[in-house]
Design a protein around this ligand. Structure first.
Ligand SMILES: Nc1ncnc2c1ncn2[C@@H]1O[C@H](COP(=O)(O)OP(=O)(O)OP(=O)(O)O)[C@@H](O)[C@H]1O
Ligand SMILES: [Mg+2]
Length: 355
């Protein structure tokens, strides 16, 4: 019998660099966002000049390039000046005041045990170290809408560092729901999150440029056609002007072509994998979740037509505040949805899985 790998042969002539399609890949060149890149750079420039920088909220729909644009500009900033250090936090992983402060503290070399320390102790130690350094912390709170309820105390902690201690701090909050952060206390808005920057959904033409650019980086020249680029960007355009969807479609189409032993992606490949793209992005999201989040999803799933918040708290058996925090996070991820039911004072939220 022949060897199954020998019969399969080499990986084919589709992907020149498949890594260019990985979720955390940041391209050297951010396309169609020149204005936003400049605006961010303008807000950050004071850091290199020992002046006070302006904090920013970046908001917009999924896949509009918020994360990659911010990361790109910060990479350039670190390249340009040594007067800053960057703390990037995805609030899905750091949803609480304590975890965010601890992460910043760790970044400046403070050891923070998981338990047995109060937020204020971490804060005080952090202030002590920041006072000693010339460097400006640039704190990126990605998916910042996950920080809800009492956990928003983190914003006051940062204000105190800035105002009471006179330490320069740059905060960049990234969110899908700009209106959420706009509702914050005026003190937070006037002191910490002064300017708002919207990332609009990409137009079909912009998506085409982005997909074409990525194809050049990741695929062999003969492995795709303009038509394939058009279908992929069209699908992203139809699904919310979302570059992630368009790029994932091209990636999966490439894999499909490879599987079928062709050297070129054809429109049929794209059509074949279309249905799977949205599902696989959702699956990826769920896989990124922790145990408690998955448990909550499972309970809601089993609840079918909708579960009251109280029923969820009961089943989980953790304190209500924690569960509420996680429900907010899962909702902002688009995995579950909630409506209010009942009237007047007895109104309660009912949760179900978002299809
Ligand atoms: N202007 C662009 N040029 C090149 N690639 C882009 C551009 N915009 C988005 N992308 C790519 O599209 C994908 C999604 O972008 P990104 O993660 O920045 O979106 P986002 O706005 O942060 O979405 P979400 O709100 O879901 O977090 C990434 O792979 C990113 O590299
Ligand atoms: Mg993002």
């Amino acid at each position: 019998m022949g060897n199954v790998f020998r019969e399969l042969g080499n990986g084919g002539r589709i992907f020149k660099n498949e890594g260019a399609f990985a979720p955390d890949y940041i391209p050297q060149e951010i396309m169609e966002r020149e204005k936003e890149v400049k605006e961010l750079a303008f807000a950050l420039r004071p850091i290199s000049e020992k002046r006070r920088p302006q904090s920013i909220v970046v908001y917009g729909a999924p896949g509009t390039g918020k994360t990659c644009t911010v990361k790109h500009v910060l990479r350039e900033l670190s390249d340009y000046t040594s007067r800053c250090f960057i703390v990037y936090l995805n609030c899905w992983n750091y949803p609480s005041r304590f975890s965010i402060l601890s992460k910043i503290a760790e970044k400046v070399g403070i050891f923070v045990p998981r338990r047995g320390v109060a937020v204020d102790e971490v804060w005080a130690e952090l202030v002590g170290v920041l006072k000693q350094t010339e460097k400006v912390p640039v704190i990126v709170l990605d998916e910042a809408d996950v920080v809800a309820g009492d956990e928003q105390g983190i914003f006051y902690d940062l204000i105190r560092i800035k105002e009471n201690e006179g330490i320069d701090v740059e905060v960049i909050a990234i969110t899908n729901r700009g209106e959420m952060l706009a509702q914050l206390d005026t003190r937070i808005r006037s002191s910490l999150l002064q300017s708002f920057m919207e990332f609009k959904r990409y137009t079909p033409a912009e998506l085409k440029e982005i997909v074409r650019g990525r194809a050049k980086l990741g695929l062999f020249p003969g492995a795709y056609s303009e038509e394939v680029i058009g279908v992929c960007s069209g699908f992203g355009a139809k699904n919310g002007g979302d570059a992630r969807i368009a790029l994932n479609l091209l990636w999966l189409a490439g894999r499909n072509a490879e599987k079928e032993g062709r050297n070129e992606i054809i429109v049929d490949d794209v059509e074949t994998v279309k249905g799977g793209v949205l599902k696989s992005l959702k699956k990826e999201k769920i896989e990124s979740l922790g145990e408690l989040d998955r448990k909550i999803i499972k309970i809601i799933q089993e609840g079918g037509e909708g579960l009251k918040s109280g029923e969820i708290y009961g089943e989980i058996g953790k304190n209500e505040r924690t569960v509420r925090l996680h429900l907010g996070k899962l909702e902002s991820m688009g995995l579950i949805e909630s409506v209010f039911s009942g009237k007047g004072g007895g109104r309660t939220r009912v949760f179900k899985i978002r299809r």
